[in-house]
Ligand binder design. Structure first.
Ligand SMILES: Cc1cc2nc3c(=O)[nH]c(=O)nc-3n(C[C@H](O)[C@H](O)[C@H](O)COP(=O)(O)OP(=O)(O)OC[C@H]3O[C@@H](n4cnc5c(N)ncnc54)[C@H](O)[C@@H]3O)c2cc1C
Length: 503
């Protein structure tokens, strides 16, 4: 039976992909069902991209444990999987006696959690660390860092895939039924309307184990598994992205003093040299709306300018937002990560609920933990051919002169620039188009190469990339999608030319 798997992971974000990679170390037939057309479309590609130190979470919580573990092993992971990670440190900046009290509490909690090297710094040292910041003192966390969340997620997914995991995109899980020895899962493609799923409208999969890594839809999938009653609320955070010229003014993320539930609007340096500003925190019920209203942009700029007064409208490149899935109790109190197997309700199903921040930092240890829960209950032989190493696309922009010459000598397509703003070459675009996961959207190429992420946002290169995509994949123009089903770039032709295919 083709669609039978030992294990099906629902959700191909950073956590589903980390779980998939970890399980690929064993001889297990694994599939990931993902409703979007790529691995980074939801929360894993919509966050602050900070590798947290682990001081902000309650002592003894899974959040604290996995965050500290994930933080410690990030260099090793970045080396194995070839993604950008920078252990640049981070400061939490205060001004008042109350701020100082809160920072001291945070520091004590952090030390108990195992965060390394935390210390309070005075104004002079704060300005040595981040000259352009405004504040009287700070808590400095040298172990905090930043990564590229797209590269990280893609790297985990590609490595899982190279080790035998099969990714199915455009497969939204619509129903789960228990059957003897396992589960029957029915999916449907996005935009299929409300046609009944099943052989007519969707595809059927069978498996013995299920992992619910559905992020914002974790409550819905829990419910389908028969585990009812989880209350998951959405907290939406908006961001601004600033031009790279602001990057040199910010060597590390600058945060305000946190409250117990919210880290506050911060400014964050990125591995690509831009700066992000955000997020606010707005409770939302619509988990699919990612727009950023103008007043929110103004609010972000105004709030963050109190910490770092270098935010100017002419430096705005674009905005984005992300939604945190927070599991809350009946009083609305935010809960820890929930990772469970409810033998009585859904045996052989690992249910992950409320995987909010620090889920990015924690993804690899979460993957190990989930694999451990499964292996405690069923043993699988080791996959002797598992290869933990994955090579990303060498980026022309990051290469030194000699390295650039070597890249061009090995592949002349490295000599042709396609995206001028981010200096992305034809060779990188072609490698991204030939990605092992088979993703074929423009945004898939964007997150793998940074083409279209620069100042002109694709004004110069988008059509060239669309053409390469068409040629390489043998697509018709009408089949080129921006990011989701239906997000077509071309809808028709202005004039028909003999011998040219226009739509
Ligand atoms: C504003 C914000 C800031 C953050 N900042 C940080 C930070 O600085 N550091 C940090 O460590 N963490 C941060 N996080 C948290 C981190 O981004 C998340 O914890 C992490 O990305 C969660 O990963 P995930 O794989 O569970 O979720 P997702 O990336 O959402 O993946 C879940 C996947 O499941 C798919 N899916 C859902 N339902 C179905 C279905 N029915 N069928 C098939 N597929 C389905 C979705 O399409 C999605 O791709 C932040 C989050 C937000 C929103």
């Amino acid at each position: 039976m083709d669609n039978f798997y030992d294990m099906i992971i629902i959700g191909g974000g950073v956590i589903g992909s980390a779980v998939a990679r970890e399980l690929a170390r064993y001889q297990i037939k694994i599939a990931v069902l993902e409703k979007n057309l790529d691995v980074c479309y939801e929360t894993s590609g919509r966050n602050s991209a900070v590798v947290h130190g682990g001081f902000a979470y309650d002592e003894g919580s899974l959040k604290a444990r996995f965050c500290v573990e994930g933080n410690r092993e990030m260099e090793a992971a970045a080396k194995e999987l070839d993604f950008a990670f920078l252990r640049c440190g981070k400061v939490l900046v205060g001004n008042t006696p109350e701020d100082m009290e809160q920072l001291k509490k945070t520091m004590i909690q952090g030390e108990k959690n195992g965060s390394r090297g935390l210390r309070l710094v005075d104004e002079a040292e704060l300005h040595r660390l981040v000259p352009a910041v405004v504040g009287k003192f700070a808590m400095f966390s040298p172990a905090s860092g930043i990564l590229d969340p797209f590269e990280f997620t893609v790297a985990l997914a590609e490595n899982a895939c190279q080790n035998g995991v099969r990714y199915y995109f455009d497969h939204e899980v619509r129903a789960i039924e228990r059957e003897s020895g396992g589960y029957k899962i029915t999916t449907r493609p996005e935009g299929a309307g409300e046609t009944p799923s099943g052989p007519e409208g969707g595809e059927v999969f069978r498996c013995r184990w299920i992992v619910n890594a559905a992020g914002l839809n974790c409550g819905e999938i829990s419910h389908m598994l028969g585990i009812k009653g989880y209350r998951v609320i959405g907290s939406k955070g908006d961001y601004l992205i600033l031009d790279k010229k602001t990057g040199p003014l910010l060597p590390m993320p600058v945060y305000p003093v946190p409250s117990n539930t919210y880290m506050g609007i911060h400014v964050t340096n990125t591995t690509s040299g831009n700066v992000t500003v955000g997020p606010n925190a707005e409770l939302v019920t619509d988990f699919a709306y990612y727009g950023v209203p103008r007043e929110n942009m103004d609010y972000l700029a105004e709030s963050a300018s109190r910490l770092w007064p270098h935010i100017r409208k002419e430096d705005y490149i674009r905005n984005y937002s992300g939604i945190l899935p927070k599991w809350v109790d009946e009083n609305g109190k935010i809960q820890d990560f929930k990772i469970e197997i409810r033998e009585e309700l859904a045996p052989r199903a690992v249910n992950l609920v409320g995987m909010e921040s620090p889920g990015l930092t924690s993804a690899i240890p979460i993957g190990r933990y989930v694999a451990g829960m499964i292996l405690e209950r069923e043993s699988f032989p080791e996959n002797k051919t598992f290869n933990p190493l994955r090579k990303g696309i060498p980026h022309f922009q990051n290469a030194g002169e000699q390295e650039r010459q070597a890249l061009i000598a090995a592949d002349p397509d490295y000599g042709e620039l396609i995206c001028r703003c981010e200096q992305v070459t034809k060779a990188e675009i072609l490698r991204a188009i030939r990605n092992p996961l088979g993703v074929s959207t423009l945004s898939g190429i964007k997150v793998r190469t940074r083409a279209m992420m620069g100042r002109c946002q694709g004004g110069y290169c988008q059509m060239r990339i669309a053409k390469l995509l068409q040629e390489e994949r043998g697509l018709r123009k009408a089949e080129i999608l921006h990011n989701r089903t239906g997000s077509r770039l071309f809808f028709g032709s202005i004039r028909e030319e003999a011998g040219h295919e226009n739509t």
